[in-house]
Design a protein around this ligand. Sequence first.
Ligand code: ATP
Ligand code: MG
Length: 682
Amino acid sequence: MEKIFNRLNESQTNAVKQTEGPVLILAGAGSGKTTTIISRLAYLIEVIGIPASNTLTLTFTNKAAKEMKERSLAMIENVAYPPLLCTFHKFGLLFLKFNIHLLNRKNNFVVIDTDDKKRIIKKINSELPTPLIASEISRYKNSLLTPDDAYKQAELFNYKQIAEVYREYENYLNENNLVDFDDLIALTYKLLNDNPELAKTTSQKYQYIMIDEYQDTNELQLKLIQKLCTSHNNICVVGDDDQSIYGWRGAHIRNIMEFDQDFLGANVYKLEENYRSRSPILKVANALIEHNRSRLGKKLLSTRGGGDDVTTLNSNDENEEARKIATKIGKLLESGVRAKEIAVLYRVNVLSRSIEEGLNRAGIAYKLVGGLRFYDRAEIKDLISYIRVITNNHDDFSLKRIVNKPKRGLGKASVDKIELAAHANETSIYEYIKNSDISTLEGLVKKKNSLTLKEFVKNIDMVAKAALESTYEFIDLLEDTFHLKDIYKGTQDESDRILNMDEFYGLFRDFIKKSPDSSLDEFLNELTLQSEQDQVEGESIYMMSIHASKGLEFEHVFIIGLEEGFLPLIGDGSDLEEERRLGYVSMTRAKETLTLSHAASRFYKGRRSDLQKSRFFNEAGLCDGSLIVEKNTAFKKGDLVRHKVFGTGRVAGVSRAGREFKLNINFAGTKRDILASFVERL
Ligand code: ATP
Ligand code: MG
């Protein structure tokens, strides 16, 4: 009991003890929301005596889930089964394993990642832009629209086309027993919605539900949560409207605002002290987010007191930036800071490359979370495709990827012929080859190729049987039978790729050791979910996108690419307020020091471009002289500006005020001195 409460303030304690009925905890970054949720979980189990298996705690990223699990288990003393604490997607995966048969599908489905999704779409339609179709399909699924619905809704011809692609895409997933990320949640909801009895029993199982980062839930997730609350209303959510960063994925702070309407009788708690960041960091983050208009507005006071000022790092280009950051990190490490307490964050993944090079040169180990993903590398996808075909022979998509890897003399034309024949016979490529005799195959492809195909199928069969007997030994047999390391023989980066393959084999063995009863498809699905986030553990610094950093904290944080166009990202559909929230999220990850880095030019999309320093420096109260003179982002005499209280005015003079700039502004005849960070240029 003491373990649970000794580090909670009064509001946190009250929220923890309010176990019955809906609870909303609304509070700023670092105010102890996640701590409260975890303590509540421990309280339910340790003090109230709720069986761990009757609780469900959901969050958004694997890394956050992992940390929450560790933190909660440290508080819970004797627990036979750990509570289910995972991401929404993982919950969907587990649920579908048990229930997908109700949709007449087998539970050895394979989860495909974004890259697979795009390849499938491209195969169906290569005219329209694939990313557009992919995001539309995602939107349809999140709005629970079937292909028919989507077709009916579409007004423009192109959208009718997209709805058609959606239909074929769905057929393809069904035929190959594949499930995409959106399905993990959409199908789970569908099952619960179509089967009231299942909704009831599921809800009775999860009697206490807790959700972190509620501001990032979308409409579908809300609906799913409501289904899980069919037989009770013990739902506790925590969130921060200023940290809503998934607007582009349909997340809606409406879910926070109207929580008391979705769950009647809600108790609301506010937390107003920040326990994470030194006050200069908090001051900068607060100043930035103040520029957003649509916000609930919350108090957030520093409890940790003063510390180093926020540092601005100006570089000429990305290489200089990388060198400077590597040097700074090197010094931190020398001074005894633990590597895992240092993070480099960026808005877009491409920015990581130069920093990676800089760190490599400086011999500093780093862990890349998400982004350029281990699992996205061609050689790893090859291995995964082999395992997919072995677990699901009907996965034509994966089979086509590997049938000629390593080279077996099979051209694309031959494979296409076999595929056509298989489709005409309403069967998969694999089954078709297996069930046809040599003479039939010879009618389609060369004799030599027919034999190769037969041999290939026979080998897959053999390895699949072996996998059923011993999953652990399977991986050696796979390599010995198919010589996968030969795929890249003679290529320039052969040794790199072989290293990666060995690492994959190592991960596989590790997984089987940890859960010896697992089947191959369990391994595959786990992998697909993990691939978005986690990488190998060890003592190294972290590099990740701002999105992936949500909910985490580090002693020292470097944010790179603070330039107009990168942060804020400016482009189709970008939303300045959401960009500011991303700025706020990234800054509030820091406990001790925060470094904001800007480069005057970057090599990007094949050419070097000049860049302007991000307006966020100015908004966060961090402008410097050179910025004002050199870059036309700051204020000069004659500018029209807007102030929150005094309205519109014209700048009559600019002068220095310490590290800031002071503007003399004429508001309808009255001149006032105002700090530059408190006004917005019109
Ligand atoms: P975010 O909005 O970034 O998700 P959060 O509100 O979830 O932040 P936590 O991660 O729970 O905040 O807590 C931030 C830090 O403050 C953690 O290091 C945590 O251990 C510490 N903390 C939380 N509550 C208290 C408290 N009452 N006293 C002292 N430290 C606390
Ligand atoms: Mg949190």
